[in-house]
Ligand binder design. Structure first.
Ligand SMILES: Nc1ncnc2c1ncn2[C@@H]1O[C@H](COP(=O)(O)OP(=O)(O)OP(=O)(O)O)[C@@H](O)[C@H]1O
Ligand SMILES: [Mg+2]
Length: 267
């Protein structure tokens, strides 16, 4: 974990890469992820898109170390995360799909909670780091408010700011723009792109948001029913001839032949 001597946000950081090798995850006998292999380059914004229930959040949970894969391994900065010696040296943060903020605490205290509880820094350093993270996301005025007093877009930014306090080299985002209006979704996309430009942060983003995926990403992976269908640049993703990818990215509303009545969508 970072100590006071850790790299300051003003300095350039070394970027770290991520490698997923033959990862499978099953719950009881149900396979949710099926032999996924992919590599995220240092400093890259890598977006995983896929329909609801395709296994995106489950994949992030394995990378974040919140769950143990059934098969395969995950390497961060070349080190296997299953190795207990690796974990403390990995500077990684997860921005949860629902924000996971504590409503009983101010925004400031939400951001300060982890470093305080783990006694990572002295109180002044924690204050400086929290305020700097809030400034990066233009949230200084929200420091003393409680999450329930904020809009959905602000709460998303608070969740990102909380991740930034840890000065991560790798950030995992789960649906950072869901439930936001198009302008706020664009703002969050800009924040993610800015963190790459400014700090060289490597970003693994799980999202349904086509605009985010096709504008700020370096590469886009498409995950369906636990299978990785393709990994391509935004341009090639847009031009994909794969009918499942095309239907996912540009679904045609057909009221005479609705999807929910087709066999493959029946439960
Ligand atoms: N702890 C669990 N036990 C059993 N099944 C689970 C568990 N967690 C997830 N699943 C199943 O794994 C599948 C993938 O879930 P996941 O949350 O990864 O979907 P998702 O792609 O993130 O969807 P969304 O876009 O709606 O967030 C779903 O069928 C879900 O029910
Ligand atoms: Mg999800």
């Amino acid at each position: 974990m970072n100590q006071d001597t850790a790299l300051e946000p003003e300095r350039s950081r070394s970027s770290i890469g991520l490698k997923i090798e033959h990862l499978s995850k099953s719950y009881d006998s149900v396979t949710v992820l099926n032999d996924i292999s992919l590599e995220v380059n240092p400093g890259e914004i890598f977006v995983i898109m896929g329909p609801s229930g395709s296994g995106k959040s489950v994949l992030l949970k394995q990378v974040a170390g919140l769950e143990v894969p059934t098969r395969g391994r995950i390497l961060i900065d070349g080190k296997d995360i299953a190795d207990p010696k690796t974990r403390p040296s990995v500077s990684m943060a997860l921005v949860f799909q629902a924000g996971a903020l504590f409503n009983s605490m101010s925004v400031f205290d939400n951001l300060a909670l982890y470093p305080r509880e783990h006694r990572l820094y002295n109180p002044k350093t924690i204050r400086d780091k929290v305020m700097r993270a809030l400034q990066t996301l233009s949230l200084e005025d929200a420091a003393e408010k409680h999450p329930s007093q904020l809009s959905g877009g602000m709460r998303k930014r608070v969740a990102i700011a909380r991740a930034l306090v840890m000065e991560p080299e790798l950030i995992l985002y789960d649906e950072p723009t869901s439930e936001l209006d198009p302008t706020m979704a664009a703002t969050i996309s800009e924040v993610i792109a800015d963190l790459k430009e400014e700090f060289g942060v490597t970003s693994l983003v799980v999202s349904h948001d086509r605009d985010l995926a096709l504008t700020i990403s370096d590469r886009v992976a498409i995950l369906m029913h636990g299978d990785l269908l393709q990994v391509a640049t935004p341009e090639n993703t847009r031009r994909s001839e794969n009918p499942r990818v095309k239907d996912f990215l540009n679904p045609v509303i057909d009221i005479k032949n609705p999807r929910f009545k087709k066999k493959e969508y029946a439960s």
